[in-house]
Design a protein around this ligand. Structure first.
Ligand code: LR7
Ligand code: MN
Length: 609
């Protein structure tokens, strides 16, 4: 059979094209395969590099250092390097790198806590830890403390009852549906949220550490593509969480013995209770855990700051026992547990808050005003490194604390927002605050109570600088142009002084004379220093110093009155308050003299003005 030449030619052409295509395809496949294998190789090399670094890290650890929570010290050159790192980062990172990442803390709970019986079956917990450029070893230690405290073989679980108190059924320790062979109880997951850190060790190396050193399937790392600030970082974690209860921690914490169960038990019992553990101080220099027997709860100032306050006497009576849930008017904000569904129902966070600050008071007021309770659980203890400054920058150096607090005040404080603006006139009607309509709608929807209700029922002890007062604001001595000023002096009893009057109301010059006769700021009252040598001293020499001390209503020593001569007289001693001679000087109480210009005071806002 003969093919015509023309046809033959076509077949050959087709064959050549086919061969060409096949060759190209094979070459392409080979090229792709080669590329893939170099990528895998590269990855392996990177992993090896992380592994090498981690092995080096591990070689640095000094066994036993800081174990149990005792103070750790380095000497010589190491000490110097430690101090240097602390100066830069507000944590002695050089020391932290040398303390075991999984050090344990001694059990320093109130002994009564060890006798509490918890249900065998409790809700599950998602622990959410957010971080931005935190020291690597400190973050890893935080994770280890959470992992270790939840191990099934911990002594505090070993003697637990296996009969569920609520249902009467015999069951395994854990949460409903948990695999009873899991080495962990109650802890469903740990979610790390990296708020766009720039430190390289918090990226691949941290992930590699988690993959190779920590239990599998327990820890997830979510990486935010841009810096979101701590509120949105926590919300990202909360969205990913699957546990019944959300527990938030800062990335420089160490969880104590059996800290989970008291939280989970309370939330099982009261769904809308938001809980903080008792927060202990981990020293930024020595990593010593300072576990005080005595604990405080949260307060606030109208400047918008969180403060620690003593547990009010009426609350000590109400709670009934030293280890019972203790109502707290506010929380510090970083360490708390909350039913997951309730967290979202209550409005999570104000997503328009950025950076750092303000969200803690916002959430505290919201919890109370909208029907929940905020409680400190004394049997759950967690250490936190309190840093002397923020080692990280905030977005474009903006005052996120001020702006966030203004957002909070606009939504939750009603007319009392004015007291915040007295301190921050620059923020009044400031467009930087942005729109808060959606948060007001939330307040409406949840039918939340007023700030007045909060003050009357939750925080009765709170002194309101403009309520039941004779006058408030700056106390100016016109002849010298100096104002009464607490001079930013810290401490139990620090002398009241004078300083050039500020144009705006600053916290140190913001004083009130209450109707009950207290001359005070938000937290402390003016009292005469007692002189043992001569209790009635004051005539000669320096006069008697005036100290700012804890207010105690009963004591006559803290009573003052404002005379028509514009003098401030101490009722008990009959002495008058006299301005010091120069800025920064202490004031003194001396015999009243109507003609003494240094004894004359003008109050910014009072019935006379
Ligand atoms: O932009 C940021 N993104 C973040 O992810 C800024 C911070 N963060 C992380 C940071 O890495 C850390 O893990 O957020 C966490 C909290 O930041 P810190 O540790 O600098 O804050 P703080 O401990 O000084 O401040 C307290 O008040 C804050 C107000 O916004 C937060 O609520 C903190 O969580 C809170 N800390 C505590 O409540 C711990 C107890 C101490 C007190 C008082
Ligand atoms: Mn912190």
């Amino acid at each position: 059979m003969h093919l015509p030449l023309r046809k033959c030619y076509h077949v050959i052409k087709l064959g050549i094209v086919l061969v060409l295509i096949l060759t190209i395809l094979t070459l392409f496949e080979q090229w792709r395969g080669g590329k893939r294998s170099t990528r895998a190789q590269e990855l392996e090399m990177v992993q090896d590099e992380f592994e090498k670094q981690i092995l080096e890290d591990e070689a640095r650890i000094i066994p036993g250092l800081g174990e149990g929570g005792v103070a750790a010290h380095l000497v010589g050159e190491a000490k110097r390097l430690g101090e240097e790192s602390e100066k830069a980062l507000a944590i002695n990172v050089y020391l932290s790198d040398r303390i075991a990442y999984n050090r344990t803390l001694r059990d320093y709970r109130n002994p009564a806590c060890t006798r509490v019986l918890y249900d065998a079956e409790l809700p599950s917990a998602s622990v959410i830890i957010i971080f931005h450029n935190e020291p690597y070893s400190v973050v890893v230690r935080t994770i280890w403390s959470v992992v270790n405290s939840a191990r099934r073989d911990q002594p505090w679980y070993r003697h637990a009852n296996f009969v569920d108190r609520a249902s009467g059924k015999t069951m395994n320790l854990g949460y409903p549906g948990q695999d009873p062979t899991s080495p962990f109880v109650y802890l469903k997951e740990i979610i790390l949220v990296d708020d766009n850190s720039t430190l390289p060790e918090l990226k691949g190396k941290l992930s590699h550490y988690i993959r190779t050193r920590l239990p599998p399937d327990l820890i997830r790392v979510l990486r935010l593509p841009d810096r979101q600030g701590l509120m949105r970082a926590r919300m990202t974690g909360a969205r990913a969480a699957r546990g019944d209860v959300l527990i938030f921690l800062d990335a420089h914490c160490e969880a104590g013995a059996d800290w989970l169960r008291p939280l989970l038990q309370r939330i099982r019992h009261k769904r809308d209770a938001v809980l903080t553990p008792l927060i202990d101080v981990v020293d930024q220099t020595t990593f010593q855990l300072d576990a005080a027997e005595h604990f405080q709860v949260g307060g606030f100032t109208f400047m918008g700051h969180f403060t620690w306050i003593e547990v009010p006497e009426r609350e000590k009576k109400r709670r009934g026992s030293d280890i019972a849930p203790t109502w707290s008017p506010t929380m510090a904000g970083g360490l708390f547990a909350m039913n997951r569904a309730y967290y979202w129902e209550l409005g999570a966070y104000d997503e328009q808050m950025a950076g750092w600050g303000g969200e803690n008071l916002e959430m505290s007021f919201r919890i109370w005003q909208c029907g929940g309770t905020l409680e400190t659980i004394p049997c759950s203890r967690v250490g936190h490194v309190f840093r002397s400054f923020h080692p990280y920058g905030l977005p474009a150096h903006t005052d996120t604390h001020g702006i966030n607090t203004a957002r909070m005040a606009e939504v939750w404080m009603d007319d009392y927002a004015e007291l915040f603006y007295l301190h921050r006139p620059d923020l009044r009607n400031n467009p930087k605050i942005g729109d808060v309509t959606h948060r007001r709608i939330l307040r409406e929807k949840l039918q939340c109570k007023s700030f007045q209700w909060y003050l009357d029922h939750v925080y009765k002890e709170k002194f309101v600088p403009v309520r039941d007062v004779y006058g408030f604001g700056r106390f100016t001595n016109p002849s010298s142009g100096l104002c009464l000023d607490t001079l930013q002096r810290e401490g139990e009893a620090s002398p009241l002084g004078v300083y050039p009057c500020h144009d705006t109301l600053q916290a140190t010059q913001y004083l009130s004379l209450s109707l009950s006769g207290e001359l005070r700021d938000e937290e402390k009252c003016a009292e005469l220093q007692y002189s043992r040598r001569n209790p009635d001293e004051g005539g000669e020499g320096e006069g008697r110093k005036v100290l700012m001390v804890t207010c105690h209503e009963k004591d006559r020593g803290q009573k003052w009155r404002y005379l028509s001569s514009k003098q401030l007289q101490h009722v008990e001693s009959q002495l008058c308050l006299e301005a010091g001679p120069q800025p920064g000087a202490d004031v003194a109480a001396r015999p009243c003299r109507r003609d003494a210009p240094a004894q004359r005071w003008r109050i910014d806002y009072s019935e006379d003005n």
